[in-house]
Design a protein around this ligand. Structure first.
Ligand code: SAM
Length: 275
């Protein structure tokens, strides 16, 4: 009998993938966690019925969270990742020698544990001595760390369950205060096809807190609609003013110095959502 995983992305639309193996099917303290093997996209982490990452296309998301912001801040020594327990964003951050310390705060230790076991190519830098892993609520962590970080990356689940308060104006205000005076943050902000209202609300809230706000996109085949957005809020540095000729070529598969600014050129219907 064939087994298929289906994610309902709206009430009447979804994506589906053939499953060859189920490694984990567990209700953790915070969410339903599934780790499955799919024929097309390899091992897939699913939380509360939503695809978090797959071995085949994970590089797009993880590179695009980490590199645009790290090449915008001239000296990103102290970096915080909120969520991100699979370790993919940390792996990309570790490609930046300027980063002295990266702190990862995920609410669910089970995501970290199972990612190390079943996603070794993604979680491979979580034990790097430059990395500190903390199991805690990211909302609490930022409120307990004022004026601490150069860069904050929010690699959270969608705004349901434990991540609901990570998409609020109060959270962005907390991030502003947890950043140093020239700090900058980025958050994954879902897709413009089914979540235009969310992108619009986040954009409005971040603009109320940060003087510079920029939205960029990337193509991620296993995420709803395939077109994903990221929102940056900055106190001082503008990703569009970066001298891209000075960006070194890293070992990446999606991000490049050539893509740095073009990622911020949005399709017109997305421009309309965030204007
Ligand atoms: N790339 C994914 C996506 O956008 O679909 C998200 C990656 S997944 C690793 C997100 C992580 O956020 C999960 O491990 C989850 O446990 C964590 N998370 C959710 N709410 C959180 C919170 N309040 N504080 C810290 N981590 C949280």
């Amino acid at each position: 009998m064939e087994l298929w995983y289906t994610e309902k992305q709206t009430e009447s639309f979804g994506i589906t993938a053939k499953i060859t193996k189920t490694y984990v099917d567990e209700q953790t303290e915070f969410q339903q966690l599934d780790m499955i093997e799919t024929e097309e996209f390899g091992t897939m982490l699913v939380l509360d019925g939503m695809v978090m990452t797959t071995v085949k296309d994970e590089f797009v998301y993880h590179e695009m969270v980490a590199h645009p912001i790290l090449f915008t801040h001239p000296n990103p020594e102290h970096v915080l990742v909120v969520g991100g327990g699979d370790g993919g964003v940390i792996r990309e951050i570790m490609k930046h020698p300027k980063v002295k310390k990266a702190v990862l705060v995920d609410i669910d230790g089970k995501v970290i544990e199972y990612s190390k076991k079943y996603l070794p190519t993604i979680a491979c830098e979580l034990d790097n001595p430059r990395v500190e892993v903390i199991v805690n609520d990211g909302f609490m962590h930022i409120h307990d760390h004022k004026n601490t970080y150069d860069v904050i990356m929010v690699d959270s689940t969608e705004p349901v369950g434990p991540a609901a308060n990570l998409f609020t104006r109060g959270f962005y205000q907390g991030i502003y205060e947890a950043l140093k005076e020239d700090g900058i943050f980025v958050a994954q902000t879902d897709n413009p096809w089914f979540k235009a209202d969310l992108i619009q609300t986040v954009n409005r809230d971040v603009k109320e807190v940060f003087p510079i706000v920029r939205v960029y996109g990337a193509n991620i085949p296993t995420y709803p609609s395939g077109l994903w957005t990221f929102t940056m809020g900055s106190k001082k540095y503008d990703p569009l003013e970066v001298d891209t000729a000075a960006i070194p070529e890293l070992d990446t598969k999606y991000y490049s110095p050539r893509l740095h600014k073009t990622a911020f050129v949005l399709p017109k219907f997305v421009e309309d959502i965030v204007k």
